[in-house]
Design a protein. Structure first.
Length: 292
Protein backbone atom coordinates (compact mmCIF):
# COMPACT_ATOMS: atom_id res chain seq x y z
CA UNK A 1 0.00 0.00 0.00
CA UNK A 2 1.17 3.49 -0.86
CA UNK A 3 1.78 6.04 1.85
CA UNK A 4 -0.83 8.76 2.06
CA UNK A 5 -1.67 12.07 3.70
CA UNK A 6 -5.35 13.05 3.92
CA UNK A 7 -6.65 16.46 4.96
CA UNK A 8 -10.03 16.53 6.71
CA UNK A 9 -12.40 19.03 8.27
CA UNK A 10 -14.47 18.06 11.31
CA UNK A 11 -17.29 19.63 13.32
CA UNK A 12 -18.78 21.58 10.38
CA UNK A 13 -15.44 22.84 9.12
CA UNK A 14 -14.28 24.22 12.46
CA UNK A 15 -11.52 21.68 13.16
CA UNK A 16 -8.71 21.00 10.67
CA UNK A 17 -7.22 17.48 10.74
CA UNK A 18 -4.33 16.08 8.69
CA UNK A 19 -3.52 12.37 9.00
CA UNK A 20 -0.53 10.56 7.49
CA UNK A 21 0.53 6.97 6.89
CA UNK A 22 4.28 6.88 6.24
CA UNK A 23 5.31 3.20 6.58
CA UNK A 24 7.11 2.95 3.20
CA UNK A 25 8.79 6.33 3.63
CA UNK A 26 10.23 5.38 7.02
CA UNK A 27 11.23 1.87 5.89
CA UNK A 28 13.14 3.45 2.98
CA UNK A 29 14.99 5.71 5.43
CA UNK A 30 15.75 2.72 7.67
CA UNK A 31 17.34 0.82 4.77
CA UNK A 32 19.31 3.80 3.41
CA UNK A 33 20.81 4.76 6.76
CA UNK A 34 20.92 1.22 8.25
CA UNK A 35 19.06 2.54 11.30
CA UNK A 36 18.87 0.79 14.66
CA UNK A 37 15.32 0.26 16.07
CA UNK A 38 15.66 3.37 18.30
CA UNK A 39 16.95 5.52 15.44
CA UNK A 40 14.15 4.20 13.20
CA UNK A 41 11.55 5.26 15.78
CA UNK A 42 13.13 8.71 16.14
CA UNK A 43 13.78 9.43 12.47
CA UNK A 44 10.40 7.92 11.53
CA UNK A 45 8.59 10.41 13.74
CA UNK A 46 10.63 13.32 12.42
CA UNK A 47 10.09 12.27 8.78
CA UNK A 48 6.33 11.93 9.38
CA UNK A 49 6.20 15.39 10.98
CA UNK A 50 8.25 16.87 8.13
CA UNK A 51 5.85 15.36 5.56
CA UNK A 52 2.82 16.70 7.46
CA UNK A 53 4.33 20.19 7.59
CA UNK A 54 5.73 20.00 4.05
CA UNK A 55 2.35 19.42 2.44
CA UNK A 56 1.10 22.65 4.05
CA UNK A 57 3.40 24.70 1.80
CA UNK A 58 1.84 26.23 -1.31
CA UNK A 59 4.49 26.26 -4.06
CA UNK A 60 6.75 23.66 -5.69
CA UNK A 61 9.80 25.83 -4.99
CA UNK A 62 9.02 26.11 -1.24
CA UNK A 63 11.39 24.25 1.05
CA UNK A 64 11.07 23.18 4.66
CA UNK A 65 14.06 22.23 6.82
CA UNK A 66 13.70 20.84 10.33
CA UNK A 67 16.72 20.58 12.64
CA UNK A 68 16.58 18.90 16.04
CA UNK A 69 19.56 18.98 18.33
CA UNK A 70 19.08 17.47 21.76
CA UNK A 71 21.48 16.30 24.46
CA UNK A 72 20.79 12.61 23.79
CA UNK A 73 23.11 10.09 22.09
CA UNK A 74 21.40 10.23 18.67
CA UNK A 75 22.94 13.67 17.99
CA UNK A 76 21.61 16.08 15.38
CA UNK A 77 18.63 15.25 13.14
CA UNK A 78 18.00 17.12 9.89
CA UNK A 79 14.94 16.58 7.69
CA UNK A 80 14.00 18.41 4.48
CA UNK A 81 10.79 18.53 2.43
CA UNK A 82 9.19 20.30 -0.50
CA UNK A 83 5.41 20.68 -0.90
CA UNK A 84 4.90 17.36 -2.74
CA UNK A 85 6.09 16.18 -0.17
CA UNK A 86 9.40 14.59 -1.18
CA UNK A 87 11.13 14.06 2.16
CA UNK A 88 14.69 13.17 3.17
CA UNK A 89 16.57 13.09 6.45
CA UNK A 90 19.86 12.27 8.14
CA UNK A 91 21.03 11.72 11.69
CA UNK A 92 24.44 11.94 13.40
CA UNK A 93 24.31 8.48 15.02
CA UNK A 94 22.08 6.12 13.02
CA UNK A 95 23.05 3.02 15.04
CA UNK A 96 22.17 4.29 18.53
CA UNK A 97 21.19 1.48 20.90
CA UNK A 98 19.82 2.26 24.35
CA UNK A 99 17.67 0.21 26.78
CA UNK A 100 13.85 0.28 26.63
CA UNK A 101 12.15 2.89 28.81
CA UNK A 102 10.31 2.19 32.09
CA UNK A 103 7.17 1.18 30.13
CA UNK A 104 9.06 -1.39 28.06
CA UNK A 105 8.89 0.79 24.94
CA UNK A 106 11.57 2.16 22.61
CA UNK A 107 13.04 5.17 24.43
CA UNK A 108 12.70 7.96 21.86
CA UNK A 109 12.99 10.71 24.48
CA UNK A 110 16.14 9.12 25.90
CA UNK A 111 17.76 8.95 22.46
CA UNK A 112 16.91 12.56 21.53
CA UNK A 113 17.32 14.14 24.97
CA UNK A 114 15.07 16.70 26.66
CA UNK A 115 17.43 19.66 26.45
CA UNK A 116 18.07 21.36 23.14
CA UNK A 117 16.13 22.97 20.32
CA UNK A 118 13.91 22.45 17.30
CA UNK A 119 14.61 24.82 14.39
CA UNK A 120 12.00 25.09 11.64
CA UNK A 121 13.17 26.92 8.51
CA UNK A 122 10.59 27.69 5.82
CA UNK A 123 11.96 29.06 2.56
CA UNK A 124 8.81 30.21 0.77
CA UNK A 125 10.22 32.68 -1.76
CA UNK A 126 10.39 35.73 0.50
CA UNK A 127 13.60 37.76 0.90
CA UNK A 128 14.43 35.96 4.13
CA UNK A 129 13.31 32.47 5.16
CA UNK A 130 11.00 32.12 8.17
CA UNK A 131 12.89 30.63 11.12
CA UNK A 132 11.02 29.33 14.16
CA UNK A 133 12.87 28.05 17.21
CA UNK A 134 11.50 26.30 20.27
CA UNK A 135 13.11 24.31 23.09
CA UNK A 136 12.76 20.55 23.36
CA UNK A 137 10.38 19.64 26.16
CA UNK A 138 10.58 15.83 26.24
CA UNK A 139 12.47 14.60 23.17
CA UNK A 140 9.40 12.53 22.27
CA UNK A 141 9.03 14.63 19.05
CA UNK A 142 5.19 14.93 18.98
CA UNK A 143 5.04 16.82 22.31
CA UNK A 144 7.97 18.95 21.20
CA UNK A 145 6.19 19.97 17.99
CA UNK A 146 2.95 20.75 19.83
CA UNK A 147 5.07 23.07 21.96
CA UNK A 148 6.71 24.50 18.80
CA UNK A 149 3.30 25.41 17.33
CA UNK A 150 2.26 27.01 20.62
CA UNK A 151 5.44 29.07 21.12
CA UNK A 152 6.55 29.88 17.56
CA UNK A 153 3.35 29.96 15.51
CA UNK A 154 0.89 30.78 18.32
CA UNK A 155 -1.35 27.88 17.28
CA UNK A 156 -3.17 25.51 19.60
CA UNK A 157 -2.26 22.24 17.90
CA UNK A 158 -2.46 18.57 18.87
CA UNK A 159 0.28 16.38 17.38
CA UNK A 160 0.64 12.59 17.51
CA UNK A 161 3.31 10.45 15.86
CA UNK A 162 3.91 6.72 15.99
CA UNK A 163 6.37 4.20 14.55
CA UNK A 164 6.08 0.44 15.09
CA UNK A 165 9.35 -1.44 14.58
CA UNK A 166 9.85 -5.21 14.61
CA UNK A 167 12.71 -7.53 13.62
CA UNK A 168 11.82 -7.18 9.90
CA UNK A 169 11.81 -3.37 9.90
CA UNK A 170 8.99 -0.82 10.01
CA UNK A 171 5.63 -2.46 10.60
CA UNK A 172 3.66 0.79 10.55
CA UNK A 173 4.27 4.51 10.81
CA UNK A 174 2.03 7.57 10.81
CA UNK A 175 0.83 10.67 12.58
CA UNK A 176 -1.69 13.49 12.73
CA UNK A 177 -2.02 17.21 13.36
CA UNK A 178 -5.25 18.78 14.63
CA UNK A 179 -5.78 22.55 14.64
CA UNK A 180 -9.00 24.35 15.63
CA UNK A 181 -10.16 27.10 13.26
CA UNK A 182 -10.62 30.59 14.75
CA UNK A 183 -14.41 30.07 14.92
CA UNK A 184 -14.22 26.73 16.79
CA UNK A 185 -16.21 26.84 20.03
CA UNK A 186 -14.85 25.77 23.42
CA UNK A 187 -17.37 22.91 23.38
CA UNK A 188 -16.05 21.61 20.03
CA UNK A 189 -12.45 21.90 21.21
CA UNK A 190 -13.39 20.04 24.40
CA UNK A 191 -15.00 17.18 22.39
CA UNK A 192 -11.79 16.86 20.34
CA UNK A 193 -9.59 16.89 23.46
CA UNK A 194 -11.69 14.11 25.05
CA UNK A 195 -11.69 12.12 21.79
CA UNK A 196 -7.89 12.33 21.49
CA UNK A 197 -7.58 11.05 25.06
CA UNK A 198 -10.00 8.15 24.39
CA UNK A 199 -8.32 7.23 21.07
CA UNK A 200 -4.99 6.58 22.77
CA UNK A 201 -1.55 6.49 21.17
CA UNK A 202 -1.04 6.77 17.41
CA UNK A 203 0.98 3.53 17.47
CA UNK A 204 -2.03 1.74 19.03
CA UNK A 205 -4.31 2.90 16.20
CA UNK A 206 -1.70 1.90 13.61
CA UNK A 207 -1.44 -1.50 15.28
CA UNK A 208 -5.22 -1.87 14.99
CA UNK A 209 -4.79 -1.12 11.25
CA UNK A 210 -7.35 1.70 11.28
CA UNK A 211 -7.69 3.70 8.06
CA UNK A 212 -6.76 7.38 8.08
CA UNK A 213 -10.47 8.27 7.94
CA UNK A 214 -11.22 6.03 10.91
CA UNK A 215 -8.36 7.67 12.83
CA UNK A 216 -9.72 11.14 11.94
CA UNK A 217 -13.20 10.13 13.14
CA UNK A 218 -11.82 8.68 16.36
CA UNK A 219 -9.60 11.63 17.32
CA UNK A 220 -12.23 14.29 16.57
CA UNK A 221 -15.32 12.49 17.85
CA UNK A 222 -17.02 13.36 14.55
CA UNK A 223 -18.26 10.49 12.38
CA UNK A 224 -19.01 12.92 9.55
CA UNK A 225 -15.47 14.16 8.92
CA UNK A 226 -15.18 15.73 5.49
CA UNK A 227 -12.31 14.75 3.17
CA UNK A 228 -10.67 17.89 1.72
CA UNK A 229 -7.68 16.36 -0.07
CA UNK A 230 -6.78 12.67 -0.43
CA UNK A 231 -4.27 13.06 -3.27
CA UNK A 232 -1.05 13.55 -1.26
CA UNK A 233 1.53 10.74 -1.39
CA UNK A 234 4.69 11.41 0.65
CA UNK A 235 7.86 9.68 -0.58
CA UNK A 236 11.50 9.47 0.51
CA UNK A 237 13.40 11.14 -2.29
CA UNK A 238 16.77 12.84 -2.14
CA UNK A 239 17.12 14.64 -5.47
CA UNK A 240 20.91 14.89 -5.23
CA UNK A 241 23.07 14.86 -8.40
CA UNK A 242 26.69 15.16 -9.49
CA UNK A 243 25.90 18.65 -10.87
CA UNK A 244 24.65 19.84 -7.47
CA UNK A 245 27.77 18.54 -5.71
CA UNK A 246 29.95 20.19 -8.38
CA UNK A 247 28.28 23.48 -7.40
CA UNK A 248 29.06 22.80 -3.74
CA UNK A 249 32.73 22.21 -4.59
CA UNK A 250 32.80 25.75 -6.05
CA UNK A 251 31.99 27.06 -2.57
CA UNK A 252 35.31 25.65 -1.27
CA UNK A 253 37.04 28.53 -3.03
CA UNK A 254 40.15 28.63 -5.20
CA UNK A 255 42.74 28.01 -2.50
CA UNK A 256 41.14 24.91 -0.96
CA UNK A 257 40.22 23.41 -4.32
CA UNK A 258 43.76 23.95 -5.67
CA UNK A 259 45.17 22.17 -2.59
CA UNK A 260 42.70 19.31 -3.05
CA UNK A 261 43.77 18.83 -6.69
CA UNK A 262 47.46 19.01 -5.75
CA UNK A 263 47.27 16.60 -2.82
CA UNK A 264 44.56 14.07 -3.78
CA UNK A 265 43.97 14.60 -7.54
CA UNK A 266 40.39 13.42 -6.93
CA UNK A 267 37.41 13.85 -4.63
CA UNK A 268 34.69 11.53 -3.36
CA UNK A 269 31.53 13.04 -1.92
CA UNK A 270 28.92 10.92 -0.14
CA UNK A 271 25.41 12.37 0.11
CA UNK A 272 24.36 12.49 3.77
CA UNK A 273 20.69 11.98 2.86
CA UNK A 274 20.90 8.93 0.57
CA UNK A 275 24.50 7.65 0.86
CA UNK A 276 25.11 7.85 -2.91
CA UNK A 277 28.78 8.34 -3.81
CA UNK A 278 29.95 10.89 -6.36
CA UNK A 279 33.53 10.74 -7.67
CA UNK A 280 35.35 13.65 -9.30
CA UNK A 281 38.65 13.02 -11.15
CA UNK A 282 41.47 15.54 -11.55
CA UNK A 283 40.17 16.88 -14.90
CA UNK A 284 36.67 17.44 -13.47
CA UNK A 285 38.09 19.24 -10.44
CA UNK A 286 40.23 21.47 -12.67
CA UNK A 287 37.17 22.29 -14.75
CA UNK A 288 35.33 23.36 -11.57
CA UNK A 289 38.37 25.40 -10.49
CA UNK A 290 38.39 27.27 -13.81
CA UNK A 291 34.80 28.41 -13.16
CA UNK A 292 35.71 30.21 -9.94
Amino acid sequence: MKDQIIKFLAHNGKISVTCASTTNLVEEARKIHDLSPVSTAVLGRVLTMTALMGCEMKNKTDKLTIQIKGNGPIGKIVAVSDNYPHVKACVTNPRVDIPLNEFGKIDVGGAVGNEGFINVIKDIGLKEPYIGVSPLTSGEIAEDFANYYQTSEQKQTAVALGVLVDKNGVRASGGYIITPMPDATLEEISIVEQSIFKAGAMSKMLDEQLSLKEIAQKITGDQKVQVIDASIEPVYECGCSKEKFAESLVTLGKKELTELIKEDEKAEIICQFCNKKYNFNKEELEEILNKI
